[in-house]
Design a protein around this ligand. Structure first.
Ligand code: ADP
Ligand code: F6P
Length: 321
């Protein structure tokens, strides 16, 4: 009898809500298609350490609504060098693995490209709360993070309005202002500071001084890649001459049960990744563009740059006037 096709699966880099839903889809859909699934723990680190579990339909039960990743994630410096990659490839071969699915961010896809170049059939699924991966409108985890942040900022707004206070709120986004811009619009923030655009704190402070009568809160959202909330707050405090409160939302933004959108994305991306493997495709990332599931080469993904939506950024500021 022919050996069944066998795929490996990892979650890598910063975790994102919906990774579990993707693991569940890949496992159940692959089994439905007659394929065996090996889940390696802690991303590339698990490939190097040969740490895995064989997944079946039961083992991925009860995880669709859980944040984080039950296969765990890690950042592996060793995998960045050839020796680490060779150890990972040896383990894939030793276990008779035919293809690998990598669920992660752009760093993870740099690693995936290395494996692809060394002959491994690899498919990628974008998952990062930053949503900074080009060639896909959405990455798994972004929508959930936005919903978590909106809930948190609404609470800050309650207390800010009660006390007529200025708040500087730092959100995640290492190199990208996408979280900040989207939450800025969704939360009715007054100013959004992002790494992609220069900031004029003197101008902003002048505007805060001249806030329209009746406005009882000022919310300034700062992407972590743009500035530290404490530095922005010090400048505004000095320039406006009023007390400024700070809130750094931190890793709360990365947790929580995935939103409907992230669960559906995880299902669509998972299904497509298995189909691509069956078709013999390789070196591709699955994505969604204009509501259609798409594919892009790893080379294009890692050399590209995700633009922020300038119109949305401007709208956030217009709506706060
Ligand atoms: P993310 O995937 O969320 O962007 P990282 O940037 O931390 O997270 O990348 C996850 C892992 O991918 C790294 O720990 C490393 O093992 C692997 N990786 C990142 N960049 C490279 C690279 N240039 N070559 C090989 N592997 C890489
Ligand atoms: O890439 C996602 C992200 O959440 C970034 O927004 C943040 O800068 C980074 O990961 C923090 O990662 P960690 O705390 O896991 O090192």
């Amino acid at each position: 009898m022919d050996k069944k096709k066998r795929i490996a699966l990892i979650t890598s880099g910063g975790d994102a809500s919906g990774m579990n839903a993707a693991i569940r889809t890949i496992t159940r859909y692959a089994i439905f298609k007659g394929i065996e699934v090996y889940g390696f723990y802690e991303g590339y680190k698990g490939l190097i350490n040969n740490s895995f579990t064989v997944l079946d339909s039961n083992s991925v039960g009860g995880i669709i609504d859980r944040g984080g990743t039950f296969l765990y994630s890690a950042r592996s410096e060793r995998f960045k060098c050839r020796e680490g990659q060779k150890e990972a490839i040896d383990n894939l071969n030793k276990n008779g693995i035919d293809a690998l699915i990598v669920i992660g961010g752009d760093g993870s896809f740099r690693g995936a490209l290395e494996l692809h170049r060394q002959g491994i059939q690899v498919i990628g699924i974008p998952a990062t709360i930053d949503n900074d991966i080009p060639h896909t409108d959405y990455s798994i985890g972004f929508d959930t993070a936005l919903n978590v942040i909106i809930d948190l900022i609404s609470k800050i707004r309650d207390t800010a309005s009660s006390h007529d206070r200025i708040f500087v709120i730092e959100v995640m986004g290492r190199n990208s202002g996408l979280i900040a811009v989207n939450t800025g619009v969704a939360c009715g923030a007054d100013y959004v500071l992002i790494p992609e655009l220069d900031v004029d704190l003197i101008k902003i402070s002048g505007q805060i001084k001249n806030n329209r009568a009746g406005k009882r809160h000022t919310l300034v959202i700062v992407a972590e890649g743009a500035a530290k909330a404490s530095d922005v707050a010090s400048s505004i405090r000095m320039l406006v001459g009023r007390e400024v409160r700070i809130s750094v939302l931190g890793h709360i933004q990365r947790g929580g049960s995935p939103s409907a959108l992230d669960r559906v994305l995880a299902a669509q991306f998972g299904e497509k990744s298995v189909d691509l493997i069956i078709e013999g495709k390789r070196g591709l990332m699955v994505g969604i563009n204009a509501m259609k599931i798409s594919t892009s080469k790893f080379e294009d993904v890692i050399s590209g740059q995700k633009e922020i939506n300038r119109e949305l950024y401007d709208l956030a500021h217009i709506l706060s006037l």
